[in-house]
Each structure stands twice: as structure tokens, then as C-alpha cells.
Design a protein around this ligand. Sequence first.
Ligand code: AMP
Length: 395
Amino acid sequence: MKTLKDFNFENKKAIIRVDFNVPLNDKFEVTDTTRIQAAKSTIIDILEQGGSCVLMSHLGRPKGFQDEFSLKHIVKSVTDIIGCKVKFVEDCVGSKVEDAVANLESGEILLLENLRFYAEETKGDVAFAEKLSKFGDIYVNDAFGTAHRAHASTTIIAQFFEENKCFGNLLAREIESIDKVLNNSEKPVLAILGGAKVSSKITVIENILDKVDHLIIGGGMSFTFIKAKGGKIGNSICEDDKQDLALDILKQAKEKGVEVHIPVDVVAADDFSNDANTQVCDIDSIPDGWEGVDAGPKSREIFDEVVNKCKTILWNGPLGVFEMESFAAGTIALGHSIDKATKNGAFSLVGGGDSVAAVKQFGFADKVSYVSTGGGAMLEMLEGKSLPGIEAILK
Ligand code: AMP
């Protein structure tokens, strides 16, 4: 696996695919700079060696050129975070860019305009990728968030750099962290899968059953399992057509020696709102008119024990409707359990969409071993798929 360490960037131009797809408010200010911060280490390493950086990214889903999606809006944030001047060019291919790249000196950064102003980017157009490839001596992919897409700048471009291509620090760490959970893990290994739906996690569950010793199934998707086993779930969310699948997963887990832990009690609410009336009840006897919205106190205790006897922990998906304060306690308790296990030497990886939002919101982001930056990409790796953006560098 080639990384920055395999190259000397002195007097070289690095063309770097970063993921600067950041949220902007109505004044076009960046409201969450995590992704820019995440790219800093790669950029600094290259600059410190006397190289220069040509940065390319997408922002949103524009249809052709649309000013609101221009990367010019983020130049100030990138400048502040990286700590040196960032030049910007109002296109990502063509003569303006060629001139700007030709004039770029060692130690300088140039940010190109939004790649997705050209439909060729998402189509994976070879000619477009070749144009981009002319802007650097070495191609560096540091965009995990788009590594599962075979786009021009994430995958196709790599073929124009036979040897001179590598992973940036962020992407390398993402790959290493997931590998540490799936392939090089210290046992016992635990996966915690929560969130709303069985259907969106099924391929992940099937792939990780071979890799884990314990599986916690929490959140909304636990009710499909409980109903399939004959429990009463009241108005809790449930995918009726996935009940057979749920039973099959439990059977497979048993055959593979995986211990499955499903909440035994829940916080049930009489309305899907923060001020609803609540009661704690056994998960398989939720009264009609009530729905399970969070893991109950007994479940939190059981999960704490499981988490703290494991050495490798993967967490994807909240244990309840954590966006509402009244239903966040189960997810917060799990965060504390993982924090404690990590302090005692476990490796903990949090990834995939809502669990990342939850760990950030509740202050656990720097208490776990690693928080993945790519939702979809992370899920695809957990599903056992190889990602085109990663394959293209390894080729
Ligand atoms: P996912 O994107 O599949 O990880 O699902 C995350 C969403 O699941 C969050 O928005 C949670 O509010 C939601 N969720 C978790 N537990 C429940 C539950 N018991 N009932 C309804 N939604 C839930």
C-alpha cells in the first residue's frame, strides 16, 4: 500500500483528491470544518517536503455551473485551517488552470473549482481524467468519502500515473482502521449495529458474522427481530417483510458461534416527540399505542458488560432516536461504555452516518480510537466490497 512516505515531494506537484464536500449556511460559511481538518495532515506533509499541492474536490450536487456550489466559498476556511495562503482558480480544467498550475511554486496551494460543474466527473470520463492528471507529478487520493465511486478524479485519473500514485494520510488511516477491525483484530470482536432499518444494514451483518464474536443489534431495527421471534412491539418501527431474514440472521449467527445481544427492555413513548409520555417496558411486551424509542436501563447495563469484555469494537448506528433529547440516553450510555473500554486498551471504530453525528454531538469523538469520515464508503467496506478509488491506487 503506497503512502506519502514512499515519495519525495521536493519540487514536485501533488494533485490531491480531497473531500471538501462541506456544509455551508445561507451566508456561504462553512458550518462543519471536519473534512477540511481531516485533509490537513497530507497537505502539510507535502508542503514541508518542498512540494506544492493542487487540490480538487466536489461540493454538493450541482447541475452545471451554479455559483452556490462554488468552492470559492470555502477558500477562507481552508486558508485558516491549513495556515497558509490558498490560491483559487475558477475552473478545474482548461487554460486558466494550466496557467495557474504552471505558476505554482514549491510550498504553495492551489484549489481548483468544483469538479462536478462538469458532468464528466461523475461519469468517470477518461478524457476529463486525463486533463486533470496533467496538473500533478504525483496523484494522491485522500478522499475516503468518495472512494466508493468510480469518478474521474477518484478512480479513473489513477491510470495516468503508473507508479506515481498513493494514498494520503487520511485515506491510509481509514483503510488501516477498517482492516484492524475486519482482518487484523484482537479478540473478542464486537460489532454494534443500530439505526432505523435492517434492510440498509443486512449486507454488513452478513459480512461481519464471519469476523465477530459478539453482535449487538439495537435501535429501530431490533424490533423486526423481536416481532419475528413472536414479541409484541406495539407501534415500534418494523420491516414486516424482513422478519424471515431476521430469523435467518439469528440462525446463521448461532451456527457461526456469534453471540447476539438484542435489547431486553426499552424506553417506550406514546408519541414520536420529545415531550411524549414514556415508560420502560420489556422489549417483547410493548403495549399497543406505544413505540420503542431507546434502549432501556437493563439493556444499557448488559451492553456495558459486553463492550467491556471486547478488545475490538465497531459501532455503526444509534441505539435510539438520539436526535430527541428524551430518547438519547441509551446511545449516550453506549458512548460511555465504549469510552471506558477504549481507555482499557480496546480498539474502537465508529463509522457510518448517524453514529458519527451522535459521537460528535455527545462529545465522544476524541474518546474512541477512530471516527471514520466516510459514511457510504465505510458501509461498503464493511459489506466486504472493494472500493474503486482504493483499487485504482493499488493497481
Ligand atoms: P441509520 O441511518 O439506519 O443508521 O438510522 C439512524 C436513525 O435511526 C436515526 O435517525 C435514529 O433516530 C433512528 N432510530 C434509532 N432507533 C430508533 C427507534 N427505536 N425508532 C425509530 N427510529 C430510530
